[in-house]
Design a protein around this ligand. Sequence first.
Ligand SMILES: *Cc1c(COP(=O)(O)O)cnc(C)c1O
Length: 359
Amino acid sequence: MAIEFSERIRRIPVYPTAGAYALGDDVAMLASNESPDPPLDAVVAAAQRAVAGANRYPDPSNSELKRALSNRYGVPSARIAIGNGSCDVLLAAGEALLEPGAELVYAWPSFSVYPHLAAASGARAITVALDDEQCHDLDAMATEITAATRLVIVCNPNNPTSTALAFADIAAFVERVPRHIALIVDEAYCEFNLLDDPDTTLDLLAKHSNLVLLRTFSKVYGLCGMRVGFALCGSEDFPRAVDQVRQPFFCNVAAQAAAVEALRHQDAVAERVERAVVARVEIESGLNDLGIEPAASQANFCWFDLPGDVDESEVVAGLAERGVIVRAGGALGRPGALRVTYGTPTQNVRFLDALGDVL
Ligand SMILES: *Cc1c(COP(=O)(O)O)cnc(C)c1O
């Protein structure tokens, strides 16, 4: 007889992971918005030193990392939450805020982890379609806020569409969300956003105790394999609540040490952003040459509809045969679209050549 699982297990969607983790080295992994650059030597060394003390549990209050983040962002440690990746903070937020009868509001297509929050808690997900530019429609989102709303999530820049809203739009929206409703602005890609200084949103924390800026070491810092993310919050309540619903040791010693060291190398962050922006320009022009108009990217990846009635899964398979792994839009909410992470210059050329070939 089969094991009887809880009702939740039938509701929770299975996260659409990228394939190709078992492929060889000669593959361009452009499916998961990872950094093409390995971690800095100093970051690897810091993680290795930390592993030498792994007979001890990690610091459950993540105090050194919080201190480093506090210095970098000017937010007090007590208003910072750490996570085993920022997804850990998201899932904990769902647990801490949601329950049957509650609602959460987010745009769609957006990050594929958000649907999990409603399914896991029994809350109702209110999804709001993106506008014609594939950007968040904040007016439409504001009208979906009701007495039952507990959580609103805005992904800026948005995954999978790569588009971003200007700071002024975010600031105006924050004003419209009542103070008792948590508002998470998921800024996983904010460093790549050239519309505004990525740190401008930090100013909103002083005035809005319900605001949570969710950030990660997974993207521009190139540490997704370590699993560490963080939230900069407008009050101490949110960090306290997400810590309450999790096991005490969610962030391991190596991840904490790597993150602290990575923060010391802001020059490397700036260089990575510069390389991503060069890739953005090259890939956009290469796509244009193929008659494709990608969405206006402010991230480290592009998003575009395939021309005509080309079959998306055939293109994904054709690219994979040529050693280029990308993400099909169907699993992300838009059949006929592709999401492609910027890689190294060589990988980007390989992608464009392969796409031209397949089409
Ligand atoms: C990649 C990504 C994250 C980061 O997830 P981690 O758990 O920190 O690796 C968060 N939000 C969005 C929208 C993302 O695309």
